[in-house]
Design a binder for this molecule. Structure first.
Ligand code: 6PG
Length: 469
């Protein structure tokens, strides 16, 4: 025990006092909650003790930490997703009593959260998967929070989570999501939408730099201007800042000194795999993940550099770039929300899509003006966002710009995988024929898989004249 509050019990305990965990703890403290802290290596706990924040007590052992919590004990985990979560839970179990609550605030895989919920329920403990978005600043000042678990137990944690969350029009950006791992599922898909919007902005940068021949600061000016209107979002805002930043070592624009390779921690991959499992088309989200993978294929990139010849292309009008971006961004969000809608039915989570859009409006990385329109469309009962009148009209009005941007970009030899996926998806949905009749014919020809006809019901096999029977 290293703080001077021996006799007072804490309302909540935070385990994992790295950047995100200590920021969440400080957020709780700044709202007047008493917080106990524990970290595997004590130095991080000491660093937080050193801030002398009233209401905080840090502990060197997990037993002391657990003993310092009010009953039912509430423990908030901020440890790296994966085995560290299981290990921490294993160590906590003997220190907790039935009715106590563990919340996992990391980016855990939702199927792990499902498994952990079941295990802890059998022991009488309550487990919440809590999606938290907003990075370090969000954690400290107000993140978007997506808690899932036992609905009856949610009121026990609602006050703390809703108080520390971001606020939009005075409303907390935190709401009960659904049972078991649904909160982590919602956060996982949030991250995949984040990947797609990040990549779209990277592709806007490529077009403006290599086709329109603009300088970084000029691109920043444009993004700043965009950020005053329809496509305004946190990611647009920070991309403008990034483009203006100078490198203290060389004086160059910092962006020009950063390697052209992007990593990831897995949530985009999980979303792509889950989308395939759900048989939902999340092509923009997957393309963004694959773009990062390809950026890291340095051997191939070095060997094949320059084989596709660049052509000079006329600058793309700025309103065309804007309209293409606005549409592709809407399609990326709509694919994410289609995953929510399918998962809600598939896993019987009863997700409230309008509420998810609502809690994304502040605090999280994908916060954007667009989310208010999504919220309205979901409230209006749209089966898919592209079926909502506003989104359908945008697709109709902006699809020409999307095509124009792509033609110029591809002609210039640029890779625009997420814009390309947006155009392919939209063309697929609007085309009279997708060629699936050919696929049916091929499957029936070589494998007698049968085919369906346009003029009568049922599956049929045809004795193809050239096939060997
Ligand atoms: C957030 C972020 C955060 C993190 C992601 C993405 O919502 O605060 O999504 O959780 O940035 O894990 O990480 P990668 O890009 O490394 O996969």
């Amino acid at each position: 025990m290293y703080a001077d509050r021996k006799e007072i019990m804490s309302q909540i305990g935070v385990i994992g006092l790295g950047v995100m965990g200590s920021s969440i703890a400080r957020n709780m403290l700044s709202h007047g909650f008493s917080v106990s802290g524990y970290n595997r290596s004590f130095s991080k706990t000491q660093a937080l003790i050193g801030r002398n924040i009233p209401g905080f007590s840090g502990y060197e052992t997990l037993a002391e930490f657990a003993a310092s919590l009010e009953s039912p004990k509430k423990v908030f985990l901020m440890v790296p997703a994966g085995s560290a979560v299981d290990q921490t839970i294993d160590e906590l179990i003997p220190l907790l009593a039935p009715g106590d609550i563990i919340m996992d605030g990391g980016n855990s895989f939702f199927r792990d959260t499902n498994r952990r919920s079941e295990r802890l329920r059998a022991l009488g403990l309550r487990y919440f998967g809590v999606g938290v978005s907003g990075g370090e600043e969000g954690a400290l000042k107000g993140p978007s929070i997506m808690p899932s678990g036992d609905r009856e137990s949610y009121p026990l944690i609602a006050e703390i989570l809703e108080t520390i969350s971001a606020k939009k029009d005075g409303e907390p950006c935190c709401a009960y999501i659904g049972p078991e791992g649904s909160g982590h599922y919602v956060k996982m898909v949030h991250n995949a939408i984040e990947y797609a919007d990040m990549q779209l902005l990277a592709e806007v940068y490529l077009v403006l730099k290599y086709v329109n021949r603009l300088k970084n600061a000029e691109i920043a000016d444009i993004l700043e201007d965009w950020n005053k209107g329809e496509v305004s979002s946190y990611l647009v805002e920070i991309t403008a800042h990034i483009l203006r930043e100078k490198d203290p070592d060389t004086g160059n624009d910092l962006i020009d000194m950063i390697r052209d390779v992007a990593g990831n921690k897995g949530t985009g991959r999980w979303t792509s795999i889950e989308a395939l499992e759900q048989e939902c088309n999340a092509s923009l989200l997957t393309a963004a993940y694959q773009a990062r993978i390809t950026s890291g294929s340095t051997l191939l990139r070095t060997a094949l550099r320059g084989i596709v010849k660049e052509n000079a292309a006329a600058p793309v009008p700025m309103q065309t770039v804007h309209a293409a971006y606005a549409l592709a961004k809407s399609i990326a969000y709509s694919q994410g929300f289609a995953l929510y809608s399918d998962a809600s039915r598939r896993y019987q989570w009863d997700l409230n899509l309008a509420e998810i859009a609502s809690i994304f409006r502040a605090g999280c990385i994908i916060r954007a003006r667009l989310l208010s329109d999504i919220m309205e469309a979901c409230r209006g009962g749209a089966e898919h966002l592209l079926l909502a009148p506003g989104f359908r009209a945008q697709a109709e009005n902006n699809s020409g710009s999307l095509r124009e941007l792509l033609i110029a970009g591809l002609h210039a030899g640029l890779a625009l995988p997420v814009f390309s996926s947006a155009a392919a998806y939209l063309n697929q949905l609007s085309a009279e024929c997708l060629g699936a009749n050919i696929i049916q014919g091929q499957r029936d020809f070589f494998g007698a898989h049968t085919y369906e006809r346009i003029d009568r019901e049922g599956a049929e096999h045809h004795l193809w004249s050239a096939a060997e029977h």
